[in-house]
Design a protein around this ligand. Structure first.
Ligand SMILES: C[C@@]1(CC(=O)O)C2=NC(=C\c3[nH]c(c(CCC(=O)O)c3CC(=O)O)Cc3[nH]c(c(CC(=O)O)c3CCC(=O)O)/C=C3\N/C(=C\2)[C@@H](CCC(=O)O)[C@]3(C)CC(=O)O)/[C@H]1CCC(=O)O
Ligand SMILES: NC(=O)c1ccc[n+]([C@@H]2O[C@H](COP(=O)([O-])OP(=O)(O)OC[C@H]3O[C@@H](n4cnc5c(N)ncnc54)[C@H](O)[C@@H]3O)[C@@H](O)[C@H]2O)c1
Length: 193
């Protein structure tokens, strides 16, 4: 069976600088995905034109800056992550070249082969977050699985997380004892009996 070799991580985007190039459908989707996950994300969006939806998506997010202009190399300066989401494949490849030259991680929305990272489909329940990837095979299946998992996971899980966190903070003893105790307390989740 083929396997998925992507390594998942969870970025703290309020500590990073993100550049999105493109303010059309895909630019809007990516900016929305970022802000739904990380409202304090620092994002600059550069595009020659913006869908009106972009204003709606970004209203009330003081760390988002919309810049209406053509992309230029200098836009990458000081950025940690770039998402190239223009409808111009040649331009997207050019943005990729500039990002690589500056050692900045880049996602090129129309070319998976040029992506250093993919965005995942995300289930959120309070402090719980599950990111799903199909290895780029079918984002629609990722979206559907998100819906299935969101339905299957009860909202009350947040209470359980909060309780476990309180217990975790209270537990005394050495590290191995703590781990043992926390595993005992949560074994009900995996007990088949
Ligand atoms: C999960 C999600 C996250 C997000 O975007 O936030 C996401 N795509 C979503 C939706 C979606 N995207 C597309 C459709 C239409 C159906 C279809 O074409 O299949 C739908 C479905 C819909 O919108 O209903 C079109 C599409 N997507 C890519 C290409 C290029 C290509 O494959 O060549 C094309 C063709 C463009 C064209 O033909 O013009 C590429 C990528 N899309 C990814 C992520 C990465 C792989 C994730 C993985 O490993 O599964 C990857 C590789 C790169 C990236 O974008 O990071 C988000 C679900 C949000 C949610 O959960 O609601
Ligand atoms: N990865 C994904 O999830 C996904 C999903 C669907 C489509 N796509 C691909 O994403 C690409 C973008 O699609 P779209 O529907 O958003 O296109 P669109 O036409 O709606 O938007 C294009 C954007 O690019 C900007 N742009 C064009 N030239 C520019 C320049 N020189 N400088 C700055 N900005 C410039 C425009 O101003 C506009 O905001 C397409 O190639 C499409 O195949 C990717």
């Amino acid at each position: 069976m083929e396997t998925n070799h992507l390594f998942p991580v969870f970025f703290k985007l309020e500590q990073l600088q993100v550049l999105v190039v493109g303010g059309g459908n895909v630019g809007c989707e990516k900016v929305n995905a970022i802000l739904q996950n990380c409202p304090a994300a620092r994002v600059t969006v550069v595009a020659t034109w913006f869908l009106p939806e972009m204003d709606t998506i970004t209203a009330g997010y003081p760390n988002v800056t919309l810049v209406q202009k053509a992309f230029s190399c200098g836009d990458i300066f000081g950025k940690d992550l770039v998402i190239a989401a223009t409808s111009d494949k040649e331009l997207n490849t050019c943005i990729w070249e500039k990002a690589k030259a500056s050692k900045v991680l880049i996602n090129v929305a129309d070319t998976p082969a040029l992506c250093d990272f993919y965005l995942g489909s995300v289930v959120q329940k309070g402090n719980l977050k599950i990111a799903i990837s199909t290895n780029g095979k079918s984002p629609t299946i990722a979206k559907r699985l998100k819906e299935v998992l969101a339905d299957a996971i009860p909202d009350s899980l947040e209470n359980v997380l909060q309780h476990l966190n309180a217990i975790r903070d209270r537990l005394k003893g050495d590290f191995a004892d703590k781990v043992k105790k926390l595993n005992e307390l949560t074994s009900v989740l995996v007990d088949k009996k």
